[in-house]
Design a binder for this molecule. Structure first.
Ligand code: AMP
Length: 113
């Protein structure tokens, strides 16, 4: 089984600033924020990269997006807007091999794409 720093956060073996958790998802502040708000949404089920998501696991990815949007609404920046990013493998810049969705917000982020 792959084990990452995010699994250790899920198991409370290392500290993190957890801002949301339910049965399927945990969310915590990124240790090296790239925007005023930078939160990572991570599924509890082990999936190393987006390439590994099976069709029957599509809801897991969907839950990350819904959890991020709900967080943005609760925190009051949903209308101003935000960006979600998921990196995959070397060219995508993925460094932790448990899928996660970055939520970036709190300032204009500039055009991307
Ligand atoms: P990625 O490059 O997409 O794999 O993103 C991994 C992210 O995890 C980076 O933005 C790191 O800053 C962040 N990160 C690494 N270790 C920790 C940690 N212990 N707590 C919170 N965020 C972390």
């Amino acid at each position: 089984m792959s084990d990452t720093i995010f699994h250790k956060i899920i198991r409370r073996e290392i500290p993190a600033t957890i801002v949301f958790e339910d049965e399927h998802v945990i969310a915590f502040r990124d240790i090296a924020p790239q925007a005023p708000v930078h939160v990572l949404f991570v599924p509890k089920e082990t999936i190393p990269t987006l390439n590994d998501v099976q069709p029957e696991q599509a809801a897991i990815v969907g839950r990350l997006a819904v959890a991020a949007a709900d967080y943005a609404k609760r925190e009051g920046f949903a209308d101003d807007g935000y960006r979600i990013v998921m990196n995959c493998n070397a060219h995508g810049g993925q460094t932790v091999f448990q899928i996660h969705l970055h939520l970036l917000a709190g300032a204009p982020l500039g055009h991307f794409g």
